[in-house]
Design a protein around this ligand. Structure first.
Ligand code: PRP
Ligand code: URA
Length: 212
């Protein structure tokens, strides 16, 4: 894959180790859900390193001082339903006062094209850093469309965070939205005929929620 300046691969050993456990088909729902949350937190640590700070006055036991703090009101987490929900608590563990929006997308089983069925974003969305999350970036259709919808509603400073990506998805998302930052836990080989990521981890939504 060509190098893209706006794409960051999160190569930290802890993230890679946890992704390997996720891939194992013997990993059960409970552990899977826990790991998705932990990976989201580790990825968030990197993805949020440019969060804006504001100075506030704090009184220490010694004296008053002016010291930087993150304004939670400036961050919106927007999971793509369903699987993105599994990442929310991990990011909220880092920024508990962040607001959470939701965007519902499903892939047509035949065409693999995305369809939006729900969108509710924190208001005002214009001033916030928006972290769109979904564990899987496969064809890239769901992420690209979700971000188009968020932009239509005024979203500007957008980051996309996933756990596993296919090269096809990274290309499509980058082409549709070259202005956003993309954070990826692992770049896999390719998509199969059913647009599943290989080797991937299977259907992320089903594994998080124990459906199917
Ligand atoms: C999965 C996954 C992504 C999408 C990725 O969701 O969580 O949203 O597929 O595929 P794409 O990059 O080819 O669009 P799915 O549509 O299966 O819905 P679900 O999360 O409700 O199971
Ligand atoms: N959605 C998933 O959950 N897994 C894939 O491999 C592709 C899309």
């Amino acid at each position: 894959m060509e190098h893209l300046d706006n794409v960051t691969y999160l190569t930290h050993p802890l993230i890679q180790h946890k992704i390997s456990i996720l891939r194992n088909k013997e990993t059960g729902t409970n552990e899977f859900r826990q790991l998705v949350e932990e990976i989201a937190m580790l990825e968030g640590f990197e993805a949020l390193k440019d969060l804006p700070l504001e100075n506030v006055e704090v009184e220490t036991p010694i004296e008053k001082c002016v010291t930087p703090m993150i304004s939670g009101r400036k961050l919106a987490i927007v999971p793509i339903l369903r699987a993105g929900l599994g990442m929310v608590e991990g990011i909220l563990a880092l920024v508990p006062s962040a607001k959470v929006g939701h965007i519902g997308m499903y892939r047509d089983e035949v065409t693999f094209e995305p369809h939006e069925y729900y969108c509710k974003l924190p208001s005002p969305i214009e001033e916030r850093t928006i972290v769109v999350c979904d564990p899987m970036l496969a064809t890239g259709g769901s992420a690209a469309d979700a971000i188009t919808q968020i932009k239509k509603r005024g979203g500007k400073n957008i980051k996309f965070m996933c756990i596993i990506a296919a090269p096809e998805g990274v290309e499509r998302l980058h082409k549709a939205h070259p202005d956003i930052q993309i954070y990826i836990g692992h770049l896999d080989r390719c998509l199969n005929d059913h647009a599943y990521i290989c080797p991937g981890l299977g259907d992320a939504g089903d594994r998080i929620f124990g459906t199917k």
